[in-house]
Structures are given as structure tokens and as C-alpha cells.
Design a protein around this ligand. Structure first.
Ligand SMILES: [Cu+2]
Length: 123
């Protein structure tokens, strides 16, 4: 009887988690193919900063984000867009919502990690 109660609790939790995921509105669309990219932005990280304080992209554009960890071990995290590139890498996204999104480093890289901030601005 105790097991049945536990199973019900687990199933209930899973259903709640799934519902939470599906109601989330996506602000970016990650894509696998790098074809028909309309613009690109290169973001370079060194110890302990990004090369620009802000990066601009156009709303609706299919943007290739090219992240280069030039010095040190860094990642590119834009949590509001569910975007995380760990180490140097590329990702194509279509940004459907204008706004300013916080860029942070996703790897605990050292003493200056918390100061690694920039913005991606979708105009
Ligand atoms: Cu870091």
C-alpha cells in the first residue's frame, strides 16, 4: 500500500514537470542546420570578459552565433533563450522576441567568472 502511494506521488510529480515544460514560451528556436543563415555574430571570451559589452541582432533573423573561447575555459549562457554553448562552438537561432538578454559565462572559469557579463540585444 505504501508503494502504491509512492508511485502515485512520482507520477503526479512527472505530470507536473511535463505541464511546466509545455506551457513555456520559446523565445528562440535552435536549429540544427546552418543553411540560410541571414546574419552572424561572433562573441569572443577571454579571461575574464566578453569582447563587447553588447551585441546586436535583428528580430526574426536566422542568426549564427559563433562563440570563441580565445583565452581560458568559458561558455556562453543566455538563460532567457535556453542557449548554452560550452567551450567554443556555434549555434543557429531565430530570435522572435525583441529585448535585451543577459549573456554570462556558463563555466566556473576562475576569479573573474562572475564579472563576465554582456548583453545580446534583439532589435
Ligand atoms: Cu566563467
Amino acid at each position: 500500500m505504501k508503494h502504491l502511494w509512492m508511485i502515485c506521488m512520482i507520477i503526479g510529480t512527472l505530470i507536473a514537470m511535463l505541464m511546466g515544460c509545455s506551457s513555456e514560451t520559446k523565445k528562440s528556436i535552435p536549429e540544427q542546420d546552418f543553411k540560410n543563415v541571414t546574419s552572424s555574430v561572433t562573441i569572443t571570451a577571454t579571461n575574464f570578459k566578453f569582447d563587447q559589452t553588447e551585441y546586436h541582432v535583428k528580430k526574426g533573423a536566422k542568426v549564427l552565433i559563433d562563440f570563441v573561447a580565445k583565452e581560458g575555459n568559458h561558455g556562453l549562457l543566455i538563460s532567457d533563450l535556453d542557449l548554452n554553448i560550452v567551450g567554443s562552438g556555434k549555434q543557429v537561432v531565430t530570435l522572435e522576441t525583441t529585448g535585451a538578454y543577459d549573456i554570462r559565462c556558463s563555466i566556473p572559469c576562475g576569479s573573474g567568472h562572475m564579472e563576465m557579463v554582456s548583453k545580446l540585444i534583439v532589435d
